[in-house]
Design a binder for this molecule. Structure first.
Ligand SMILES: NC(=O)c1ccc[n+]([C@@H]2O[C@H](COP(=O)([O-])OP(=O)(O)OC[C@H]3O[C@@H](n4cnc5c(N)ncnc54)[C@H](OP(=O)(O)O)[C@@H]3O)[C@@H](O)[C@H]2O)c1
Length: 329
């Protein structure tokens, strides 16, 4: 592979949105380091994290260097294995979560760490597989943090999932039902039936007064809120929480971090907890197995070719996808 060129999409600095993405030809990565594999990419899923990094929310820590090839969630075929990699061989179909600071997903080939790479069951398409690393492991991890158990043990919990039609939310609703929760969910009017079809017990249109107030139609108080939607003031959550209810916030801004600190210092029983996911191989295996068994459905809003990755990027920035956005080389 050394010396061969591949198509990729990259940007050269912070800001600029879709217009700053450039279609380029760069060398195919080769000779992977210890514990790494080179993949021929079959599908890449975008996450809001990707355009937030471009915007500079983690400046100066991420990206680690420019020019930067964004996106971290891929499915593909192993073409080369680095020293010490014993569980993969060329030809294996896999799913991988790439190093978030290094990116590399919007390209024909990329480098992945073997410990966050898992075999993709034949029943799981490349596009479905690519949707699992960030969105799937976040949905899974945040429900565990909310106290849900996937082995059927423990009492039933009342969970609110906001932005249940999105990439994380649509997987969280299904996983919460598998963990025996009572699920209330918020989404836009056009997605009410869709979110019900995922298994939500009660669904609220976020643009109605009841939806904006996050009130359970049956009057249930929430043991946990899986906060995937844009920021909501604590005063809206507070009256809807059970005595020890907590809000797990995926995108905590300054106000949420303040609430987190105040609740901690005052040892409040009701809490707001910032949640940051990290992709683990064992969780990816669990999720891929659920998709294989037909117990978890990955919903794909749209697919775009790599040559039109800008359209996928723009759609992700808009924040109105139903399910996931996928780019294919
Ligand atoms: N901390 C972490 O580790 C972590 C990991 C993953 C994701 N995240 C964050 O979690 C958030 C959700 O991610 P995602 O991938 O699920 O986003 P996404 O797919 O872009 O979410 C889009 C969905 O959100 C819905 N939505 C927008 N505003 C809403 C509101 N006020 N109430 C209810 N639904 C609303 C939209 O419905 P309409 O089209 O009807 O408006 C759309 O279906 C993002 O901020 C992301 O950065 C954090």
């Amino acid at each position: 592979m050394a010396g061969k060129l591949m198509r990729a999409v990259q940007y050269n600095g912070y800001g600029g949105g879709t217009a700053a993405l450039k279609q380029v030809e760069v060398p195919v990565p080769s000779r992977p380091s210890k514990g790494e594999v080179v993949l021929k990419v079959e599908a890449t899923a975008l996450n809001p994290f990707d355009w937030k990094i471009q915007k500079g929310v983690l400046r100066p820590f991420m990206p680690k260097k420019f020019p930067f090839i964004p996106a971290n969630d891929v499915a593909g075929e192993v073409v080369e294995v680095g020293p010490g990699v014993e569980n993969f061989k060329p030809g294996d179909k896999v799913i991988a979560g790439l190093n978030v600071g290094m990116g590399g997903g919007l390209a024909e080939y990329c480098v992945a760490k073997a410990d966050v790479t898992v075999l993709r069951p034949a029943e799981v398409s490349a596009a479905e597989g690519a949707c699992l690393p960030a969105a799937g492991t976040t949905a899974h991890g945040i429900l565990i943090a909310a106290g849900l158990k996937f082995d059927g043990s423990g009492p039933q919990k009342n969970i609110l999932i906001t932005a249940a039609s999105g990439g994380v939310g649509h997987l969280a609703v299904q996983l919460a039902k598998l963990a025996n929760a009572h699920v209330t969910a918020t989404c836009g009017a056009r997605n009410l039936d869709f979110v019900r079809s995922l298994g939500a017990d009660e669904v609220l249109d976020y643009k109605t007064p009841e939806g904006a107030a996050l009130k359970s139609p049956s009057g249930k108080k929430y043991d946990a809120v899986i906060q995937c939607a844009p920021p909501v003031p604590w005063s809206v959550f507070e009256p809807n929480l059970s005595r020890t209810g907590k809000v797990l916030d995926l995108s905590p801004g300054a106000s949420a971090m303040w609430t987190f600190a105040v609740k901690k210092i005052t040892m409040s029983k009701k809490k707001l907890v910032p949640f940051f996911a990290s992709v683990k191989g064992e969780n990816l295996v669990f999720l891929a197995e659920l998709v294989k068994q037909g117990r978890l459905k990955v919903v794909i809003d749209c697919k775009h070719p790599l040559s039109d990755a800008g359209a996928a990027w723009a759609k992700c920035i808009e924040g109105h996808a139903t399910g996931k956005i996928v780019v294919e080389p």
